[in-house]
Design a protein around this ligand. Sequence first.
Ligand code: G6P
Length: 370
Amino acid sequence: AAIEKGGYEHFMIKEIHEQPQAIFDSLRGRLDPESLNITLSGLDKIKDKLINARRVIIVACGTSWHAGLLAEYWIEELCRLNVEVEYASEFRYRNPIITSDDVIIAISQSGETADTLVALENAKAQGATIFGIVNVVGSSIARISDAGIYTHAGPEIGVASTKAFSAQLTVLLLFAIKLAEFKNSTSEEIRKQLTKELSTVPEKVKYILDSTIENIKVIAKKYQGATDFLFLGRGYNFPIALEGALKLKEISYIHAEGYPAAEMKHGPIALVDETLPVVFVATKDRVHEKIVSNMQEIKARSGKLISVVTEDDQLAISLSDEHIKIPASHEMIAPILAVIPLQILSYYVGIERQIDVDRPRNLAKSVTVE
Ligand code: G6P
């Protein structure tokens, strides 16, 4: 087993470290770093359906659902197309209005999640086209899909998803940029800029792994005794706040909530006192000023601020009790980078609390019963 873990203590930390490679593999043969052209044969297969789609409905569970939520922001922005994001377990038992003009994007690491699979069977029976973003080749969801893109993250063993998530995000952003090209909904200049930055994500993730872990270990030790954590983000970083909270509860058993930073005023702010760590995902973007004022609001109530910030952001750094710096990037790329420190934080908090991080209680890697 030690050999399988390649010298790491757990699969989870091994898989966290595999992310530069997993992201690289998910781009390989799809993003040409020279010409900046994107080739997605899966997407070509249903090109006309997608160009003419009335809307896209994203269906997933757990961490894959968080990838879907971020994809909604990306696809709406770049493709000017209606997107809905659904929990598979809710979608399948509602009476959703589905037509043959809808394209369903299913996101699943395992390709075997029962709720997602049945939701797709139902949608397919109503005439929708199914597009799968799946990690496990030949899995049930891959087989039921009309077309799709494999994430190529490699086998993921740790129950809490890490590298599969960053590979999902990579593929979803590729998808959004390519569809924007087909729909002519985003200028070539912006598409090329995004493509170029996407090609640098593997090395930026590597840099984050090399530069933040020692600092995060100290933070984990300091806050491991907290009973609750709040994770806040806005815009592209809101799904990352949700994912940060999910990761922490999964492998540390500390209660954590993810919230849109402004919505925090409608409830969670009542929880804030000097014992509450509040993690801000606050990289520089179009809503940065807004999240900085949310940071001030938490600080005024003595909450402990742990923030993930763009490396030159002196203002956010000065407001924070603890900060984790990540490299500057386009605001649409930043969330792919910002999730990495949150995965590392949950891992080391779990270790401090002596949790079996690869096999946390009550959870399953793949939920094949409903
Ligand atoms: C389980 C796993 C999660 C995963 C979710 C969806 O809850 O523990 O890590 O995100 O299922 O799984 P899928 O394979 O469909 O992505």
